[in-house]
Design a protein around this ligand. Structure first.
Ligand code: MEV
Length: 323
């Protein structure tokens, strides 16, 4: 039976988290630890999922029942992606989806979004449906919204387009920035963050103090616009300074935590141009930008503060078929 394997990168938010949920831009880079999905046609009308990384093994469902009934947490994104694809591009017969990840789903690199993108791309290849990048983005973003209700879709864009993007909520703008390199130090806090909880926490704050939070979002947008210029000019010093300012606003939104604050301070004290949390906050990762000469000592300082260094490539290729 015909089968296809695709892979998609994870992501790291550079600047603009939270504000991007509310119609402001952000900057995101695709990271080179990838999610993989293999899809094959099977000769019974069922959906089979094997996703051992998220504890889903030997999961089987009638293809006519896809999207309904109980769905285990680890199978949700794959199953709803199949449902959304099938509704738009009906196909006959059954399929087996097998996913695997080069990175832990704990890091906050966007494993659910990357696997959603993999499934949509693999199905389009398997059934010979021509989908361009925006077509894949739209179906994958719909899947995430169906499951989470909220979300800017920046992680979907990183998985589809790759590279380093200037991105506006819902994919209203997706601009690939022509940069050659972006060297980031990434420290994992060891604490798993729950994006929905943090987004809701900020939403509750915005309800209570709409003008205050709106002002913060507008300030973050200004930082994103300026940082975009520094990124294009490869001016890492200024970029680092603005990362530090963005972190202050994230602290004002109350999404940072002491562990991240300590890792960020350690990186700055060891000579980083700048450091901030990356993503929703509440745990996951922090990022720092530094000269190659100071990289090693910054990594040591982050480890001393209790963080785990994760070696990644940035600015990597988006979703692709694997041979
Ligand atoms: C989470 O990684 C980033 C947020 O901005 C949520 C989103 O953009 O969907 C907090």
């Amino acid at each position: 039976m015909k089968q296809i394997t695709v892979s998609a990168p994870g992501k790291l938010m550079l600047l603009g988290e939270h504000a991007v949920v509310y119609n402001h831009p952000c900057l995101v880079t695709a990271v080179g630890q990838r999610m993989k999905a293999t899809i094959e046609k099977i000769d019974i009308s069922e959906l089979h999922i094997e996703a051992p990384d998220v504890n889903v093994t030997d999961y089987k469902k009638l293809i006519t029942d896809v999207g309904s009934g109980d769905i285990p947490k680890g199978a949700k994104f794959v199953e709803i992606a199949v449902k959304n694809f099938k509704e738009k591009h009906p196909f006959l017969g059954g399929i087996k989806v097998t996913t695997s990840s080069e990175f832990s789903s704990l890091f906050g690199f966007g494993s659910s979004s990357a696997s959603t993108v993999c499934v949509i791309k693999a199905l389009s290849e398997l059934f010979d449906i021509k989908l361009d990048e925006k077509g894949i983005f739209d179906l994958a973003y719909k899947t995430v919204l169906d499951i989470q209700g909220k979300g800017s879709g920046f992680d979907i864009a990183a998985a589809v387009y790759g590279g380093t993007l200037y991105y506006l909520t819902g994919g209203k703008k997706i601009e690939k920035l022509p940069i050659k390199s972006l060297s980031l130090i990434v420290g994992y806090s060891g604490i798993k963050a729950d994006t929905a909880t943090l987004v809701n926490k900020v939403a509750a704050k915005a309800k209570e103090y709409p003008e205050v939070i709106d002002t913060i979002y507008n300030k973050i947008e200004e930082l994103v616009e300026k940082t975009k210029e520094y990124l294009l000019a490869e001016d890492w010093g200024h970029l680092g300074e603005l990362m530090n300012v963005n972190q202050e606003y994230l602290e004002k939104l109350d999404v940072s935590i002491p562990k991240l604050d300590e890792m960020i301070k350690a990186a700055r004290d060891a000579g980083a141009f700048g450091a901030k949390l990356s993503g929703a906050g509440g745990g996951d990762c922090m990022i720092a930008i530094a000269s190659p000469e100071t990289k090693k000592s910054i990594e040591k300082a982050i480890e001393k503060a209790g963080g785990q260094i994760i070696q990644i490539n940035t600015n990597v290729e988006g979703v692709r078929v694997e041979i």
